[in-house]
Design a protein around this ligand. Sequence first.
Ligand code: SAH
Ligand code: SF4
Length: 414
Amino acid sequence: MSVTEAFAPGAIAKKPLVANPDLFTTKPSLIGLTRPQMAKALHEKGVPEKQLRMRVNQLWHWLYIRGVSDFDAMTNVAKDMREMLKEHFTIARPEIVEEQISNDGTRKWLLRFPSRGAGRPVEIETVYIPEEGRGTLCISSQVGCTLTCSFCHTGTQKLVRNLTAEEILSQLLLARDRLGDFPGADTPPGAFVPTGERKVTNIVMMGMGEPLYNFESVKTALLIATDGDGLSLSKRRVTLSTSGVVPEIYRTGEEIGVMLAISLHAVRDELRDMLVPINKKYPLKELLDACRAYPSLSNARRITFEYVMLKDVNDSLEDAKLMVQLLKGIPAKINLIPFNPWPGTNYQCSDWATIEKFADFINQAGYASPIRTPRGRDILAACGQLKSESERMRKTERLAFEAMMIAGHGEDDD
Ligand code: SAH
Ligand code: SF4
């Protein structure tokens, strides 16, 4: 498809807030490469072997500590080297189609990435929720999803494509740009950000897509986000949410080591087969075995179990009892998410009183199970039910979104 076709009426037509001059570039990005990959890319463009380590360290510092998105800002890199880099590579940020800022400081960016074979450029959303002591960024891993969880709007959309490691990581870099979260940058006037030094303190992989069906790219992006010589986020403040891709849960523990959230949603195989169809492949027992084996669990490092509250489907006290039995022995928090309805769904959100009763039962059994009330958020499409069209958020969406995002993901603060 040509550039004009991609922007023909009916295609993606919004004028970007911040354009990416390299949207249609064929130059590879240096962002999202592991150190060896970056060294190889530089070597192929003529950087001598003995300089590679130094050059990679230099670039790593500029890209991930200083947060530059322009080669000319790399002041200690010689001009001819910068010209060579410019000629062969890009480090541009994705295009911002739209940025919405809520009264309470929540921000949502609609980002556009190149098509990379998907026919036309793709759009995804990234959401930032600031609180007193933390700022949580909700990141997408795919455009659409191959799984078909029956209550999830993303599940009704076909997978368009996986995001690359660069695109996953760029969501963090861009958020930090916009929040003035790199050294020497100013926070936008009036912005609500946490009181500490960092504006983005936590990441949740809870946007669009199933991160464990895009394992390699998610792994690379998260290892760069948590690299101590670069972006330096603590692995305890990064949470990956999965519908239960069991083999990759083991790999996540061994190869990435971030916190885990499981989209549980049902405590009986029969029902979970319907709600979260991947359960047919990896039933509850296998899923919970993988959870039990997850490395370094403790009371301060618990697995989050997400549970969407569906009226008369999974919200009985019997379900709550079964859940407590099922999770026995696993350091867990249970995140009750009010269902966020979407056009065409047959499900309804449980009554508030039912949710409270459910939560009380679980609390009494010794599990934290926060449900949050809304803080008047006036923008947003919710994570986990991101749509291709950006639209204003309704009250039910806000509830669902908040429950998911803020219910204590990451290591306990206290
Ligand atoms: N694919 C991954 C991560 C993205 S979904 C996963 O399934 O875990 C993030 C969370 O949003 C999941 O727990 C998902 O089940 C939940 N979710 C999806 N649709 C929802 C809806 N309509 N209302 C409330 N939560 C929903
Ligand atoms: Fe995909 Fe997660 Fe939605 Fe299931 S809940 S369809 S895995 S995005």
